[in-house]
Write a protein that binds this ligand. Structure first.
Ligand code: SF4
Ligand code: SF4
Length: 388
């Protein structure tokens, strides 16, 4: 089987070294503390959660790092955690010092109403973690959280400068079409819904079939209108990739759209840098340090041992979650492969076939120009993994 060159060799370094392309996303973990205890939190793996509660590098060191390794790049910062708003002073210092950068906040939404107005106005996107409807969300996050988050969001929505995206980890096989649809219904504070299939053993019995039934409804709903878009990022992104396959590659040099192989830097509070926020406990993934002012190319790349190149979805998927593929096919964890990675790939291929059933080309031809533009150029694609 023939693999593209980049699957075999190490990536070509950019003019500035380790970053591929002209953009970079700095995911700054302001703390590893959180004020909630979500039952599925990925930072619980390897005891990462709560392990670093204050930032050990200063903003001058961050500036030196940026000058050395990111000069000439378009920089987006995502404030991440733990719960990033627990360290507001760091957010404020970074936003003041690097006012020319774009900023995104990934938050559980419980403390949003404590943020200053000027800061909210500077956020290009706010990703708010929520798990679906009230019962599902409170089941994972604690009683009353769903209502508190929605109330906070309604209070600050008008002050947020950019978009607000519901970020759902689809962990519960019982999650319904209605509860996802409700998140983007008329009057909702969310502009978009983005979901990822949970990276956990939640695909037993009929769990895959139940998710397929919900996906079929979501896709039906997506193609039911052509006067505007049903704002579900993974469906928008996959339809875009099917219509314009080049878009699946251009920001990522043909590698994974989750950015870990090209231009995503997760900076731990101690200044160490890893490509994927879920693998900060794996020493082999260390790729740099703000304090030490060094950076090397991401070690998290597609390899020939992964099944993507022979997959029907490859042209638009380009390799979904690299953490999953790495654990399943490089670490050869066959249990994880069979109970997590393969079911998710099956769901992805199902989405692709359902989309094809609705003749996306004919639908696109009917779309108004603003809706086409929203489908092809939505800014949120730059801030999330695109694939679920
Ligand atoms: S569906 Fe799975 S195997 Fe296929 S390209 Fe995507 S990640 Fe790779
Ligand atoms: S999608 Fe990418 S960033 Fe997210 S967990 Fe997987 S590898 Fe990490």
């Amino acid at each position: 089987m023939e693999f593209p060159i980049h699957l075999r060799s190490s990536p070509p370094a950019s003019a500035h070294g380790a970053i591929v392309g002209h953009r970079v996303e700095l995911q700054l973990l302001t703390t590893l503390k959180c004020n909630l205890k979500c039952s599925y939190c990925s930072l619980g793996v390897g005891d990462v959660l709560g392990s670093q509660t204050h930032v050990e590098y200063d903003v001058d060191q961050l500036e030196t790092f940026a000058r050395t390794h990111l000069a000439g790049k378009e920089v987006v910062v995502t404030f991440y955690g733990g719960e990033p708003t627990l360290n507001r002073p760091m957010m404020i210092e970074v936003m003041r010092r690097f006012a020319q950068w774009r900023f995104q906040l990934q938050t559980n939404g419980t403390l949003l109403d404590d943020l200053p107005r000027w800061l909210l106005a500077r956020l290009s996107n706010v990703l708010v973690s929520i798990d679906g409807g009230e019962a599902t969300t409170d089941g994972y996050r604690g009683r009353g959280i769903y209502r508190q988050v929605l109330k906070n969001l309604r209070q600050v929505r008008a002050q947020i400068g950019g978009s607000v995206t519901a970020r759902v980890t689809w962990g519960n096989p019982a999650t319904s079409f209605e509860e996802l649809d409700e998140l983007v219904a008329e009057g909702s504070p969310f502009d978009y819904l983005y979901w990822q299939f949970v990276a956990d053993e939640k695909y037993f019995d009929d769990a895959v079939e139940r998710r397929k039934a919900v996906l079929a409804e979501l896709i039906e709903r997506f193609f039911a209108r052509s006067d505007g878009l049903y704002p579900l990022i993974p469906l928008m992104g996959i339809v875009r990739n099917k219509l314009l396959p080049g878009r699946a590659q251009e920001l990522y040099a043909g590698r994974t759209q989750c950015r870990v192989s090209t231009h995503l830097l997760n900076v731990m509070p101690d200044g160490q840098i890893f490509p994927c926020p879920d693998m900060m406990y794996v020493p082999a993934m260390l790729m740099g340090s703000v304090k030490g002012n060094w950076l090397k190319p991401s070690p998290l790349q597609l390899t020939p041992s992964m099944p993507c190149h022979g997959c029907e979805a490859f042209a638009w998927c380009r390799g979904n979650c690299m953490k999953n593929l790495y654990l399943g096919y490089v670490k050869n964890d066959t249990r994880y492969r069979g109970s997590v990675v393969e079911p998710i790939c099956e769901l992805l291929r199902f989405i692709g076939r359902e989309i094809d059933r609705h003749d996306p080309q004919a639908w696109f031809a009917r779309l108004s120009l603003p809706a086409r533009r929203a489908l092809t150029d939505c800014e949120v694609y730059e801030y999330v993994e695109v694939m679920p």
